[in-house]
Design a protein. Structure first.
Length: 364
């Protein structure tokens, strides 16, 4: 019992020790990890520990508080730790490779952990791939069809040298779409697509945002596609903006919508009936995009969000002469051109949307 208590105290002290990196999960950065891999010598969070349990040849998971730790394991943890593991297993992570955080979906976190410890992709002995070659890829993905709303197998080709991504249907001789890497974006959308490996690809065509929804049964394959798109984007940004520092380029490679969800919207005369729409807020492009359904290929419209000093404002009241029958929270988005009126489901949603919109109009 004395050994149990003493070793637990030593282990928790080690988890909090300054200069070790042990106070955050070694894989996703979640603060206060309560688990550890006594094979790898790292401290990890509950979610990442679940992934480590599926790698018994490489990792062995124990609880810091609930399990007994032998003295030799305490010494092993002391001589290793999170910063030591980072230096070894993340020695050569390419700048374009997406390093997931605790809020990211399971497939991103699982493939990051497998890439590090199982496949040793970022060890010092490995050659870091050139973004141009890493951003070239060919293969099949399951793509949601516009008409029947069913996923169909399609051939995709990504070419950094050509600066494009293409996809082909069985019927077409040429590509169904040629997508410029300049406007290409990708984000994981597990819940929206209804698949654990669901990826949303967006690009601009004829001045409109076009959405593609794809997945692959293999988690490794879909994450490899995501990072290939990031490599192609990184290569493009490096050439297009040679003087921009790398820390400023990295967030521009790909991005998630800062907020998505349903609101009701009226028309430009503000006398039309309110209709339910799916909204996506893209802070990078400063656009509020709205669609009839979350999985629509094209948006019904979009609102550009300039800066507050340019006449943009977010209010929680209605413009004069506008009446709303429903007693629900409202948002008025003021632009130099017109005022947009939205109805939210409840007070919490109203606050979330107002905070997100205000964040965009206050950013430089």
């Amino acid at each position: 019992a004395m050994d149990y208590d003493r070793n637990k105290a030593l282990l928790l002290e080690l988890q909090r020790a300054a200069g070790t990196g042990n106070d955050r999960c070694a894989d996703c950065g979640e603060p206060g990890p309560e688990w550890a891999s006594c094979k790898l010598g790292i401290f990890i969070c509950l979610n990442c520990s679940g992934i480590h349990r599926n790698l018994p040849e490489i990792s062995r998971v124990k609880s810091l508080r609930l399990d007994f730790w032998e003295s030799n394991l305490i010494e092993f943890m002391r001589s290793h730790g999170n910063l030591w593991a980072k230096a070894k297993y993340e020695a050569k992570v390419p700048p374009y490779y997406y390093i997931p955080k605790s809020h990211d979906c399971m497939v991103l976190r699982e493939q990051w952990i497998r890439a590090k410890y199982e496949r040793g992709e970022f060890l010092d002995t490995r050659v870091c791939p050139d973004p141009c070659s890493a951003g070239s890829r060919e293969g099949c993905l399951w793509k949601l069809g516009k008409v029947r709303r069913q996923f169909q197998k399609r051939q995709f080709l990504l070419s950094t040298r050509e600066g494009v991504m293409k996809y082909y249907s069985k019927e077409s001789r040429g590509p169904k779409a040629v997508i410029s890497i300049e406007t290409l974006n990708a984000m994981f959308q597990v819940e929206k697509i209804g698949h654990n490996h669901g990826l949303q690809i967006t690009y601009i065509t004829d001045g409109q945002t076009r959405n593609l929804f794809v997945y692959h049964e293999s988690g490794k394959e879909i994450v490899d596609w995501f990072n290939a798109i990031r490599a192609a984007r990184y290569h493009y940004l490096r050439i297009t903006f040679p003087n921009v520092p790398e820390p400023e380029l990295i967030p521009r490679i790909t991005r998630n919508f800062v907020k998505e969800g349903y609101m009701e919207k009226t028309g430009p005369k503000q006398k039309e009936a309110f209709k339910v729409r799916w909204f996506c807020l893209d802070s990078h492009e400063r656009n509020l995009i709205y669609l009839k359904n979350p999985l629509d290929a094209f948006a019904l419209g979009q609102v550009y969000l300039g800066r507050r000093d340019e006449g943009y404002e977010v209010r929680d009241d209605l413009p004069q002469k506008v009446c709303v029958k429903k007693k629900k929270p409202v948002i008025t988005l003021v632009t130099p051109v017109r005022e947009f009126v939205f109805i939210c489901e409840n007070d919490r949603r109203q606050k979330e949307w107002m905070d997100a919109l205000n964040e965009v109009i206050t950013q430089l």
